[in-house]
Design a protein around this ligand. Structure first.
Ligand code: RFL
Ligand code: PHB
Length: 385
């Protein structure tokens, strides 16, 4: 087989890239390790920036998102029970849309006209400094796809980044000493908007997927076993971290999903190696506190799609040469914001009383300063540049 672009991974990054290329008439094949059902079963992000919404429009996959997604004009921060609303629309004139990553993935899968290869085993990348090709096994047979470029969209644990020689790659990493225990429940959300809560027992987040489905998280030790958490234990812990009125209003029920996600900041540099590009979680990880991971993956592939389209349609090399520097600029700003939100809202085992006072001062500053609120809002809805 031969294609212009071999895309490794059918997460949101790979699916969006494939769709943008397809619409521009550039041939691409997706090679994914898992089955479509497995990919659709992963519960992850829920908040879309305006740029991601516009990209779904461009991908002609936005109809259901506009119908079922919910526009959110602000979020609430809570610090030891004291509440502060951040009004995005008033502060920066923009908003976010709450629509699950699972639904984004489903819509992009449905929009794609060309076939993708799922259940591909032992995917390997070859010769991306010369004439690239990808090999894999499926149903016991070996396959090879020759291509002009490879897009590594295979997430943090994927094969693409690992295929790059160590000496060519610089990585920057911070592993946090905690994770998020998340629960999905078919009950109406506790509030209209998301609530990010700092509490001495740890961080908590009240999020949602629809008017009837809610998503809640509590900070737990990084190695926590979700099996140790009955639903009742989860609800008790969540209530203890919320202000009393919110705790009172919480509607609980049996969980339909429960899992622990570790928190990590990670960036690889550069993001182009000859004819291989890295995009999305393959290139960087942010802790979920800023709701940036999916949005960053989408902005990477928007830049990459334009670069590849320019190359194939206009014969220009400029976009390809500029890809890494251009996306890294945005990536580091999102890393900074996600790290900052994480520092403000979690309890850290080793910062002690001084660290807690600094967090409190940061919250009080936010509560009293329009400039500080504007900075948070501008970053949360997505930076324009
Ligand atoms: P994905 O989604 O991990 O997809 C990668 C795909 O590659 C496949 N793959 C391979 N395929 C072939 N060969 C191999 N060797 C392969 N290895 C892996 C995988 O099976 C998979 O299908 O990466 P992508 O596309 O870059 O998308 C990134 C996002 O999924 C991620 O950044 C977000 O989910 C992060 N995130 C959030 N982002 C937001 O923007 N807003 C949020 O509100 C938000 N909340 C979250 C989150 C992530 C979370 N977890 C579980 C990490 C909340 C949580 C709890
Ligand atoms: C989610 O709904 O899963 C979610 C929302 C906001 C975040 C992280 C996760 O910051």
């Amino acid at each position: 087989m031969r294609t212009h672009v071999a895309i490794i991974g059918a997460g949101p990054a790979g699916l969006m890239l494939a769709r943008l290329l397809e619409l521009a008439g550039v041939d691409a094949i997706i090679i994914e390790r898992r089955s479509p059902d497995y990919v659709l079963g992963r519960i992850r992000a829920g908040v879309l920036e305006q740029g991601t919404v516009e990209l779904m429009d461009r991908a002609q996959a936005a109809e259901r998102m506009h119908r079922e997604g919910h526009i959110h004009h602000g979020v609430e921060l809570s610090f030891d029970g004291d509440r502060q609303r951040i009004d995005f629309s008033a502060l920066v004139g923009r908003h976010v849309v709450v629509y699950g990553q699972t639904e984004v993935t489903r819509d992009l899968m449905a929009a794609r006209q060309l076939a993708s290869i799922y259940d591909a085993e032992d995917v390997e990348l070859h010769d991306f400094d010369g004439k690239p090709y990808v090999t894999y096994r499926k149903d016991g047979a070996s396959h090879r796809i020759d291509c002009d470029f490879i897009a590594g969209c295979d997430g943090y644990h994927g094969v693409s980044r690992r295929s790059v020689p160590q000496s060519a790659l610089t990585t920057f990493e911070r592993v946090y000493p905690f994770g998020w225990l998340g629960i999905l429940v078919d009950k109406p959300p506790v509030a209209e908007e998301l609530i990010y809560a700092h509490h001495s027992r740890g961080f908590a987040l009240c999020s949602q997927r629809s008017l009837t489905r809610s998503r809640y998280y509590v900070q737990v030790p990084a190695d926590e076993d979700p099996g140790a958490w009955s639903d009742d234990r989860f609800w008790d812990e969540l209530r203890s971290r919320l202000n009393p009125e919110t705790a009172e209003a919480l509607q609980t029920g049996p969980s339909i999903e429960k899992s622990v996600a570790p928190l990590r900041s990670f960036v690889a540099e550069p993001l182009r190696f000859g004819r291989l590009f890295l995009a999305g979680d393959a290139a960087h990880i942010v802790p979920p506190t800023g709701a940036k991971g999916l949005n960053l993956a989408m902005s990477d592939v928007a830049v990459l799609a334009d670069a590849l389209i320019e190359h194939f349609i206009e014969g220009s090399q400029a976009g390809i040469d500029g890809y890494s520097a251009k996306v890294l600029n945005r990536i580091w700003k999102a890393e900074r914001f996600s790290w900052w939100m994480t520092n403000l809202l979690h309890t850290f085992p080793d910062t002690g009383a001084f660290g807690r006072r600094i967090q409190r001062a940061e919250f009080d500053y936010l509560a009293s300063s329009v400039a500080a609120q504007q900075s948070l809002a501008e970053n949360y809805v997505g930076l324009l540049g």
